[in-house]
Design a protein around this ligand. Structure first.
Ligand code: ATP
Ligand code: MG
Ligand code: MG
Length: 350
């Protein structure tokens, strides 16, 4: 059987491995860390750094197709891998989503709405950006941020120096604060033949910049739901995308504003494990393996809650309920670190 190579050994890589294995594939995970969530379930774990080009070559030769669980893969590593084995989603999807500025320019080019933004490299450009965008606003590093890391809120111009210092000299973007009614995301998939399937949008609640819960159905009007799905499909087609993509949206009274896109399976899509016949992980494996997409229609109402380090003492209690527990097997428990999630089915789909 074919072997699927997965870059990254976290929980997303783990759940991709499980899905691949259920479809009869073997998996090989490339991950610098040892004892990582995906290494416990993958058939092979190639433990090496992204600058070890010989190891990258060995990895690429040992698999039939390469995919990834995170978007911050160094360009030089991708060059080595792609010369040997196809990578899905493609390089353009990665390049676009690795950099918040590139991503916003891409989205605007598609005619989509984003928060007002400006490029910030130093105190002068931050001052100019604050003059045009105003406060409240958020300064974000262009690259590498996740779970709200690499961000600083600016409530008034007095906060500017501290916010800039928090960037540690990294290029940043200033974003106007969107006064949203709610946050939703669309988990969307595109197969190699160009067919597209989107999961029903989920409604997201964040705590301290980290996703806390996703609930389906989201409270959206029928036209908002249609618009959300069409936005995701437009992004997929424009990138000639293969695999699953997450699109985070701010819902305001009169618009859907794209917050960011993630070229991978997405935390806000974990509800699909208990809400659909084919979950986002299997859908992604199907797409990258060249299979047809599966049935992603939603059969249940679900709430997904992330379990971070601080929630782990609740696990024995949750285990006694009907809820579905998904734990990542992480060796080290830390406050704020994602350790697992729990899906609660609240009824048949409405
Ligand atoms: P992740 O990749 O883990 O989703 P991230 O570090 O890339 O997170 P963002 O998605 O940019 O962070 O921001 C995290 C959360 O902060 C958003 O989901 C939203 O709740 C809030 N937020 C970010 N940017 C804005 C904005 N411009 N206006 C209002 N709220 C925002
Ligand atoms: Mg992000
Ligand atoms: Mg986000």
């Amino acid at each position: 059987g074919a072997t699927i190579g997965i870059l990254g050994g976290g929980q997303l890589g783990r759940m991709l491995s499980v899905a691949a294995s259920r479809l009869g594939f073997k998996t090989c995970v490339f991950e610098p860390g040892s004892d990582c969530p995906a290494s416990h379930v993958a058939n092979f774990h190639l433990k090496a750094d992204y600058d070890d080009h010989a190891a990258l070559e060995r990895f690429a030769r040992s698999v039939d197709v390469i995919t990834y669980e995170f978007e911050n893969i160094p360009t030089a590593a991708l060059d080595v891998l792609e010369a040997i084995t196809p990578i899905h989603p493609n390089r353009r999807a990665l390049a676009t989503s690795q950099d918040r500025l590139t991503e916003k320019e891409f989205l605007i080019g598609l005619g989509l709405s984003v928060a007002p933004f400006a490029d910030v490299t130093d105190a002068d450009s931050l001052r100019a950006a604050l003059n045009s965008i105003g406060t409240p606003s958020i300064l974000k590093t262009r690259r590498m941020g996740y779970d709200g890391k690499g961000q600083a809120r600016i409530k008034s111009p007095d906060d500017a120096d501290a916010a800039l210092a928090a960037m540690n000299g990294a290029p940043a973007v200033l974003e106007g604060f969107v006064d949203f009614q709610r946050e939703v995301s669309v988990i969307a998939a595109r197969a190699q033949d160009g067919s597209v399937a989107c999961y029903d949008p989920g409604e997201n609640v964040h705590r301290d910049g980290i996703l806390h819960t996703t609930t389906v159905p989201a409270s959206l009007s029928p036209s908002q739901r249609t618009d959300a799905v069409l936005i995701a499909a437009r992004v997929l087609n424009a990138l000639d995308y293969v695999g699953v993509l997450g699109v985070e949206l701010f819902v305001t009274r009169n618009a859907l504003i794209v917050n960011e896109i993630a070229p991978r399976v997405h935390n806000s899509g974990h509800w699909t494990q208990n809400g659909c016949a084919i979950d986002q992980f299997e859908q992604h494996i199907r797409a990258v393996a060249g299979w047809p997409l599966g049935d992603g229609s939603r059969h249940s109402n679900v709430t997904m809650e992330n379990l971070t380090g601080d929630d782990m003492d609740r696990v024995p209690q949750i285990a006694k309920t009907d809820a579905s527990l998904h734990l990542y097997g992480k060796a080290e428990v830390k406050p704020g670190r994602k350790m697992g999630h729990v899906n609660t089915v609240t009824g048949a789909a409405t």
